[in-house]
Design a protein around this ligand. Structure first.
Ligand code: PEP
Ligand code: MN
Length: 283
């Protein structure tokens, strides 16, 4: 009897590789996502003009390619900070004007997708919404790239079927993001499944990102997970950075200061260059 995994994979038409070397490149301004390591950095939440713009300037100086920041926050508690909404999007727009960095921000409600996409260069679908099929169909109808995070209880086949929902609606520009899954371990916030990077890349032509900030939830683990993700062949990283992490309104324990981020970026870019040189010399 054929197992569930194969049956779920059989239904995929658009996200599966048709040959071993097929790769999707997503162009945003002069970025070629899928061709070289793309780093998305910025605060968990947009909290204020100053916090967002200062962080944006600093992450750009450190070599980030895009700015992240949540204006709509999917929080576990209904009483926790839910994000600034439209005001947050306007702040992101200012940060983009100031730095030129494209914006990655989350939409949590299908009714908001079309207007949120006017502020965003990439619309993020968060882990909690990976299988929100009406949201997936809605982002399938816009002309902006989508960053689809892996649901915390999702298998490779379920995740790819969610990407298929977006492509089936006509939007071919989807990047996947591994951000950790729930296991019995509680030391880490999630268990970052880095084996998923080569695994899913062997099945799909879509670019794959890793988010070691949400993947571990602990600052002292993030640097080594960044290096490991690059070694695993990730196409990009998402890293949370805040000008004053202790005062952050969400995810205070996992955000780097800009100085910490800058030091790690130097090492990350050096490792990226090492693999590029090896590739060139056929190693
Ligand atoms: C985020 O990136 O802001 C976020 C909430 O992440 P996740 O959906 O992976 O929990
Ligand atoms: Mn966060």
């Amino acid at each position: 009897m054929r197992n569930d995994w194969l049956i779920r994979m059989d239904n995929l038409r658009l996200v599966k590789k048709t040959d071993l070397h097929q790769k999707t490149t997503i162009n945003i301004n002069d970025l070629r996502i899928g061709e070289s390591l793309t780093v998305i950095a910025g605060p968990c939440s947009v909290e204020s003009e100053r916090q967002t713009i200062e962080t944006a300037i600093k992450v750009k100086e450190a070599g980030a390619d895009m700015l992240r920041g949540g204006a709509f926050k999917p929080r576990t508690s209904p009483y926790a900070f839910q994000g600034l909404g439209l005001e947050g999007l306007k702040i992101l727009e200012m940060a983009k004007r100031e730095t030129g960095l494209p914006i990655v921000t989350e939409a949590v409600d299908p009714r908001d997708v079309s207007w949120v996409s006017e502020f965003a260069d990439v619309i993020q679908i968060g882990a909690r919404n990976m299988q929100n099929f009406s949201l997936l169909k809605e982002v399938g109808r816009i002309d902006k790239p989508v960053l689809l995070k892996r649901g915390m209880y999702s298998t490779l086949a379920e995740w790819l079927n969610c990407a298929e929902y977006i492509l089936a609606e006509g939007n071919p520009n989807v990047m996947l993001c591994e951000r950790g899954i729930r296991t019995f371990e509680t030391y880490t916030r999630n268990t970052l499944d880095l084996s998923m990077v080569p695994a899913i890349k062997s099945e799909t032509h879509l670019p794959v990102f890793v988010d070691p900030s949400h993947g571990t939830g602990r600052k002292h683990l993030i640097e080594s997970m960044i290096m490991a993700a690059i070694s695993a062949g990730t196409d990009g990283l998402i890293v949370e950075v805040h000008i004053n992490p202790e005062q952050a309104m969400s995810d205070a324990r996992q955000q780097f200061t800009p100085e910490e981020f800058s030091a790690i970026m130097e090492k990350a870019r050096a490792l990226e260059a090492f693999y590029k040189n090896n590739e060139k010399s056929g190693k």
